[in-house]
Design a protein around this ligand. Structure first.
Ligand code: BTN
Length: 258
């Protein structure tokens, strides 16, 4: 891919103003983190056709076939306290969901904290990583893996992964999809900067696929099971466990019963 391929479609002003495009890289998130530490601007985009060590959350691997999908990271410098960093994943998830709806006509579903699903299968994963200088959140790298035209997946994820092409039955222009995702990211970003977290939460609620379902949540070596109730004001997830309510901020969630 070339920077021209990408720029041709872009309609944003800040997001994607500076682009680093690679045929192959270890992971775009680490590259973007280094750039952020060196002072790169907000909106800087790092994108690759192939990642040799694509990372998922919780130390997992992100599988993506070379040249078929979107694997990119971008830098933001939000005006938020470090404990609100979780809201950024919801913000990114909802932006991707809105873009998917725009390009495919299919309404996807968001699974807390940061996955996007179509027909019960994962189409997009998001990995946000904060960069702290002297205990202050100076930047966040948001890494997005969106399956666009991949038709076959490795056996580990064959049953659980999908792509826009598999869901919609046609091939998509990756850069058009990228431009649409960046457009939604840029237009919703104002809500983050002006601390209108509620706007992000209510948009996310429209795409949510969890509430009322029985889920298992694992975090910090603990597993709890209960009914997913709602988002907390800070973007955490409230779970009803017997008669109590518990809030989790970062966790791995499995939906046990649809
Ligand atoms: C997950 O679902 O666990 C998160 C997956 C995040 C994948 C993206 S692809 C671009 C960026 N670079 C990485 O190494 N990971 C993120």
């Amino acid at each position: 891919m070339t920077i021209e391929d990408i720029k041709k479609h872009l309609t944003t002003t800040e997001f994607g103003k500076k682009i680093y495009a690679f045929e192959s890289i270890d992971t775009t998130n680490t590259y973007a983190k280094t750039l952020a530490l060196q002072g790169s601007n907000e909106g800087t985009l790092v994108i690759a056709d192939d990642q040799l060590r694509g990372r998922g959350r919780l130390g997992r691997t992100w599988f993506s076939e070379k040249g078929k999908n979107l694997t990119f990271s971008f830098i933001v410098k939000p005006n938020i306290p470090p404990q609100s960093i979780g809201v950024l994943s919801l913000y990114a998830g909802v932006s991707v969901a809105a873009a998917i709806r725009e390009v495919t006509g299919i309404t996807p579903e968001c699974k807390w904290p940061n996955d996007v699903f179509i027909n019960g299968k994962k189409v997009c994963g998001i990995l946000s990583e904060g960069i702290f200088t002297q205990d202050k959140l100076s930047a966040v790298v948001i890494g997005i893996g969106l399956n666009v035209n991949q038709s076959e997946f490795p056996s580990e994820i064959r049953e659980t992964a999908t792509s826009l092409m598999l869901a919609a039955g046609k091939v998509f222009d990756r850069f058009q999809v990228l431009a649409t995702v960046l457009e939604h990211l840029e237009s919703l970003y104002d809500n983050i900067q002006s601390n209108r977290i509620n706007k992000i939460l209510s948009l996310w609620n429209r795409y949510n696929r969890m509430f009322g379902k029985y889920i298992s949540v694992s975090y910090q070596n603990t597993v709890i099971r209960g009914i997913a109730k709602q988002l907390a004001d800070d973007g955490g997830l409230i779970i009803q466990v017997n008669r109590d309510e518990q809030k989790v901020m970062a966790a791995d969630v499995t939906i046990i019963k649809e």
